[in-house]
Design a protein around this ligand. Structure first.
Ligand code: TYD
Ligand code: MG
Length: 448
């Protein structure tokens, strides 16, 4: 089957496992018939052979750190740690329809108009998913002028590499998306692990050798047979996730890996009819409806996204259930944590929640991992069950332990500052109360 000169390997299309012989079942992930024969890239290998490996003294390495190019979108630069780095490869991952292409089109416009002052930049946008016509329509809708943007409508990685070797003086290359790219050297279909990995590897290799920043778009998919961004995370320099509620407006940009800066920083955007708009003061996004504070089951809290405090509203409903095992639904908070809140409230505040359906929601479609949200969640459930209103100028944060204790969370002072800045009068945290019972008696002592 394979000659002595070309090397064949079999790659599992589900998990990427490699084997020298064919097997009906992948020993790594257990999938059947998932191993596909691929020819090792002989051309690429021989090309690499001719490249002389050289030793470099660390003291003589020119640092790329000083050569950062801001993208012109402040929220994006904040996440990237200052801007694009020459030869740096960024993976922009997110669910389909979240706004990745929109963000990149806005980025190209900002990046090009920034460069008008100094040098002329040319950008290449490989559109594997949309036609130039569609991109033009979107650009018109966004009201951005990107006359200098070069579009390359193809899904063939080798064609892209040919163009890249021909076009000199590119200052940014965008590939939208990496799942659409294929190379004829492999037999797998577009989006399979083998194709995604190989296409990405060739493009990354080009970026590293030509010192041009490269952005790869990766769709997060739920099905296992299509390779998601996870298979590329190790190969790129920066992984940025774009997330949020598709049906809501809020979008968060979060770096989960960054070789050129810190992770944990978050960029906040709002999706509007005219594209993404940076939200400089995200806390104020949730404070528009003043009436909401007059309803039971709503509590404000302050979480930290990276270094940035964000004020959110936790909402809960506890209503009598007619089911044998009452419903526990949550949106924005892990369902296991909701179970924990219910158990703690039952045990330590003696709320008979075993008879109640409990539904918990974080307003704005944001997902919160931080335990600092615990106290507000418990209070929201309590408030709904007791039908007692928590005043709208009160705010609560803190982790809740199994003994009902309120624990300290990181950077409390920063949260306090943000709450005070936005006019909150009472802050309930581990500094003011030590357990849930105390919180409740504190609420009652104020005549509630
Ligand atoms: P898109 O960038 O195509 O998503 P992705 O590339 O991540 O798949 O975003 C598409 C969504 O964004 C679509 O549902 C419509 C919405 N949208 C707006 O609300 N306003 C706009 O100005 C644009 C361009 C898109
Ligand atoms: Mg897209």
């Amino acid at each position: 089957m394979s000659s002595s000169k070309t090397k064949s390997v079999f790659v599992c299309q589900s998990c990427g496992y490699e084997s020298l012989r064919w097997m009906g079942r992948c020993p790594s992930c257990g999938d059947w018939n998932s191993l596909v024969e691929i020819q090792r890239d002989v051309k690429g290998k021989s090309a690499k052979k001719h490249r002389q490996a050289t030793l470099v003294k660390l003291s003589e390495v020119r640092t790329k750190e000083g050569q950062r190019h801001p993208t012109g979108i402040g929220e994006l630069d904040r996440v990237l740690g200052g801007g694009l780095v020459p030869g740096g490869v960024i993976l922009l991952a997110g669910e389909p329809g979240i706004g990745k292409s929109t963000l990149l089109l806005q980025l190209t416009a900002c990046y090009l108009c920034q460069s008008a002052k100094n040098l002329r930049r040319s950008l290449l946008y490989v559109c594997g998913e949309e036609s130039p016509n569609q991109i033009k329509i979107r650009a018109e809708r966004l009201g951005v002028s990107i006359g200098n943007l070069l579009l390359l409508p193809t899904t063939d990685t080798d064609e892209v590499l040919q163009v890249l070797s021909r076009e000199k003086g590119l200052s940014l290359v965008i590939v939208d998306s990496i799942q659409a790219m294929t190379t004829i050297d492999l037999s797998g279909t577009a989006g399979s692990v083998g194709q995604v990995r190989e296409s990405a590897a060739r493009l990354i290799d080009w970026a590293k050798h030509s010192n041009v920043p490269l952005i790869l778009v990766g769709h997060v998919t739920k099905e296992g047979n299509i390779a998601g961004p996870k298979v590329l995370e190790h190969a790129v320099d920066t992984v940025v996730y774009f997330e949020g509620d598709q049906y809501g407006q809020l979008r968060l940009l979060r770096a989960t890996k960054n070789r050129f800066g810190r992770t944990g920083e978050v960029g906040v955007f709002r999706m509007s009819g005219k594209g993404l708009i940076a939200v400089a003061d995200p806390s104020s996004l949730f404070l528009t409806n003043k009436k909401e504070g007059k309803i039971s089951g709503a509590v404000k809290t302050v979480i930290l996204e990276g270094t940035r405090p964000l004020i959110l509203e936790v909402q809960a409903i506890a209503t009598q259930s007619n089911l044998m095992s009452p419903r526990r639904l949550s949106r924005g908070v892990n369902r296991n944590r909701l179970q924990l809140y219910v158990a703690v409230l039952q045990k330590h505040l003696h709320l008979p929640l075993y008879k109640e359906d409990v539904i918990l929601n974080i307003a704005g479609g944001i997902r919160v991992e931080e335990p600092a949200v615990d106290l507000a969640c418990c209070l929201a459930i309590w408030s709904s069950y007791k039908n007692k209103i928590i005043p709208q100028d009160w705010i609560a944060f803190g982790e809740i332990g199994l003994l009902g204790e309120v624990r300290r969370v990181r950077e409390e002072e920063k949260r306090n500052e943000e709450a005070r800045r936005l006019g909150y009068k009472k802050i309930i945290s581990a500094k003011t109360v030590s357990n849930l019972r105390e919180v409740i008696s504190f609420l009652f002592s104020r005549g509630r």
